[in-house]
Write a protein that binds this ligand. Sequence first.
Ligand code: ADP
Ligand code: MG
Ligand code: ZN
Length: 561
Amino acid sequence: QKEREQLQYLCSANERAPRADWTGKFDWHEALNDVLRKQYGSTASFRPMQREVINATLQGRDVLCLMPSGGGKSLCYQMPALVREGITLVISPLLSLIQDQVDRLQNAGVSALAITSLTPKEAVNDMYKQIESDPALKLLYATPERIVSAKRFMGKLEKLYKSGRLARIAIDEAHCCSQWGNDFRPDYRKLAVLKQQFPTVPLIALTATATEDVCQDLKDILQIEGCERFRSSVNRPNLFYEVRTKPGTAAELSAAIAACIADEKGASGIVYCLTRKETEQVASDLQEAGISAGTYHADMLSELRMEVHKSWTAGRLQVIVATVAFGMGIDKPDVRFVIHHSMSKSIENYYQESGRAGRDGQPARCVMYFRFSDVLRQASVVSLEPGWQPRLMKMACYAAALSSCRRSFISRHFAEAPAACSGHCDCCCRAEGSAGSRNITTAAQDMAGTLDAFPSSDKRATLNQLIDRWRSAKGVGSSGKAMSRDECEHVISKLYYDGLLSLEMGYTAYATNAYIKLSPKGRHLLQGSKLQVQLEVLRRDQEDLAAPSKRRKKMLAADAT
Ligand code: ADP
Ligand code: MG
Ligand code: ZN
């Protein structure tokens, strides 16, 4: 009998908790409503998918919860902690994220603790005592390092488990497990130990990154193969997506961004730059244009960084000009715009970065300044990350599109059916038929010839070398002569999107350079094949870049009524 009990005890959370219709009414229905109203007011309601996720984890199932940033993932493990006995262990990657949540919970009168590398040793001792003796303690936050390298902490968890007080385990930002994700953290991989040590404790993994390979990876690592998977749409209907051609000089670009921000009438926003130096230049340009802007990047002292973040959150600073170091942990609901000074390194990154706009559900805009040379700049930054090429290429294709909906592009990328855009992107705003196409086959062949004539054994060139050589070519193959540098760049970019060109990195002691090369498919251009190349172009009268914004304003005004 005893043995059987033991066995029963050992079988996993999922085997003990039956599946159910998670939209149904469970015993805890009213208790949840009460807690929600207490926290968010008498008219509060659950956001899409929250109640289903909570039902499944309260039933005892392992859960994988995929929700866009701002979707309300924290609630999915905080509420269950509040309506049940015992302690919920929350693993989160960043100290700032943890501190933020614990402060909030404590302010709301919820007993929560964080044990991190910043916790003084004496405090840790007190906390360990509290974990053992305080029945009111609901949430215990820790970084993965704690689990992986602090034996004493694991010991405490074992004790909780044996006494039946470890109610649930939540892994926030669970994509950090996967090397396919953008924030891979080696310690997250070792979290397999949680399911091994605590098989009967329901585990809930939460993330905003939702590509298939990342999901599969994190299910394997966390050992929750049979989990219930919930996914709310990646579509953010209140975001307006737009890509603008990046001006040729830094000064023009800063001026364009300042004008774009001036349209927002003092509302909060973020400008993302590729390099630290750029953040400083752009912030100073914006300040000169009378905009209150501060910088945020990894080279700043952490106190200063925190100060900037705080002033911005409190609304004393209008704009943060940042590198992507300004990332997880931003929880400001009323961000009205996210402007990309340079492209992101992948659609996932762009989705997360731009997704920091409009978390309150009110209209917000996501503007990316783009030109092909940025693909090469970004390539030299990310070229040591596995699988960077296709991700960067896809990001570039998003940016280069002139007539196909940007929102649909994002939906399809995350394997979702295209979402209705209702004119909430620049492409959908353009009048139908405004984009035409031009046959650029001859130019493409000339360009391929120019590249092939490069003397080095591997026949590659930087973008500038290639354009220079092409434009100075004489006789046959001299179509480059009649084109501006921008036009040449345009043709080259198109061949890259079509897979006729590829990038190759060259490393010196001082720099990483991106070189352009003909791909095997591109070599057909040299051999007089019938390969035709079409370039999508805007009709002249549609090239007024301000047009989509004007239309957008009209549309948003119509929405508001
Ligand atoms: P995520 O982790 O998915 O990015 P958060 O859990 O940080 O999102 O929630 C984003 C914001 O939305 C927070 O300020 C949170 O308090 C708020 N929120 C979440 N769920 C609800 C709800 N049902 N009603 C009102 N506000 C909510
Ligand atoms: Mg979160
Ligand atoms: Zn659209």
